[in-house]
Design a protein around this ligand. Structure first.
Ligand code: COA
Length: 332
């Protein structure tokens, strides 16, 4: 049987930085409020002519180069994004695929908001274990600044741009395999986090006057409570299902939405501070890109070693959630 191995990681952040201090000239807020409530100090913002596919392509190039796998052997590209280059088509994955120089790889986007990378991981795992694909490039890429309302202090302080990518490959060595991925969703909570306009659910003639509602809208406080409850339950379940405890985890890599959510889940698992990966201060919430960007930070700091076990968890619009137990398994 083929197993799926997490071979490599890469990430890219755009150059421009938007600090909390700069936000105070745009909305009624303060560095102190943002830092205390979210842990965020700054976020990166893509240039006007820099698209989500450009961010994704740069992250993917690094991941492929670090994987030791030839570009032409990538047979599928999955891009998780809620800020695609184009609203319906072509998919951002097909654009990234072509920018990379791939010719015949299957390519498609998935929409699972901040849980997108975990969902992509489950897709890559399933395709590889079924024998349908051998080397799957998964990407989380977001230009959230394009769908952020910079007059809404409840959301604009949270989000940033960036991309991360990983290569998942077939292996016969079970010790290298992704152990488990959990995913779930509950549309009952759809209105907590949404872009209410611009889809088939809204009339064409309202688009112009309601252009602002193509931006993200969020009920932050309710989202916060559901996030802590759902994530805590999910990570406890995935550990129990696999007869593991928090002590078996080397790196806990949560979706980077809010320091207080991460802390609450880490505390519930009784994790030590050094197990918890935190990048929210410098990148903000980059939705589907946040987990691979955080893994890349650990990798580039030299702290991610072959065989070390990562626990990923994410939560986002939909609502969606997911978690994964993933050993880092670079090609030997
Ligand atoms: N600066 C200053 N004050 C702000 C503010 C800002 N940027 N945003 C909101 N406030 C105010 C509110 O207006 C409110 O004022 P009031 O008490 O006079 O009515 C007060 O701060 C508290 O608002 P509340 O929304 O209850 O704050 P909070 O502690 O829940 O923090 C978030 C707000 C958005 C930081 C927090 O709810 C959060 O992070 N939620 C989860 C978001 C998330 O993770 N989303 C993505 C999921 S992937």
């Amino acid at each position: 049987m083929a197993y799926a191995a997490f071979r490599s990681i890469g990430a890219y952040v755009p150059e421009k930085i938007l600090t909390n201090k700069e936000l105070t000239s745009m909305v009624d807020t303060s560095d102190e409020w943002i830092t205390k409530r979210t842990g965020i100090k700054e976020r990166h913002i893509a240039a006007k002519d820099e698209y989500t596919s450009d961010l994704g392509m740069k992250a993917a190039q690094k991941a492929i180069q670090r994987s030791g796998i030839a570009l032409e052997d990538i047979d599928m590209v999955v891009c998780a994004t809620i800020s695609p280059d184009y609203f319906c088509m072509p998919s951002t994955a097909t654009i990234i695929s072509t920018k990379l120089g791939l010719k015949n790889a299957t390519a498609f986007d998935i929409s699972a908001a901040c849980t997108g990378f975990v969902y992509s991981l489950s897709i890559a795992k399933a395709f590889i274990e079924s024998g349908m694909k051998k080397n799957v490039l998964i990407i989380g890429a977001e230009k959230l600044s394009a769908i952020t309302d910079y007059s809404d202090r409840g959301t604009c302080i949270l989000f940033g741009d960036g991309a991360g990518a990983a290569v998942i490959s077939a292996t016969e060595d079970k010790s290298e395999a992704i152990i488990d991925v959990h995913t779930g969703a509950d549309g009952e909570y759809a209105d907590l986090l949404m872009t209410p306009n611009g889809g088939s659910g809204s009339a064409h003639d309202s688009l112009e006057e309601e252009a602002g509602s193509c931006f993200m809208q969020m009920k932050g406080n309710e989202t916060f409570k559901v996030a802590v409850r759902t994530l805590t339950k999910d990570v406890k379940e995935i550990l129990a299902d696999n007869n593991l405890t928090g002590n078996d985890i080397k790196h806990f890599v949560p979706h980077q939405a809010n320091y207080r959510i991460i802390k609450a889940v880490g505390d519930a698992l009784k994790l030590r501070e050094e197990q918890v990966v935190l990048t929210v201060a410098k990148y903000g919430n980059t939705s589907g890109a946040s987990i691979p960007m955080a893994i890349n930070d650990v990798y580039e700091s030299g702290e991610l070693k072959a065989g070390e076990l990562m626990l990923l968890d994410a939560f986002g619009g939909g609502l969606t959630w997911g978690s994964a137990l993933v050993p880092f398994s670079p090609k030997k």
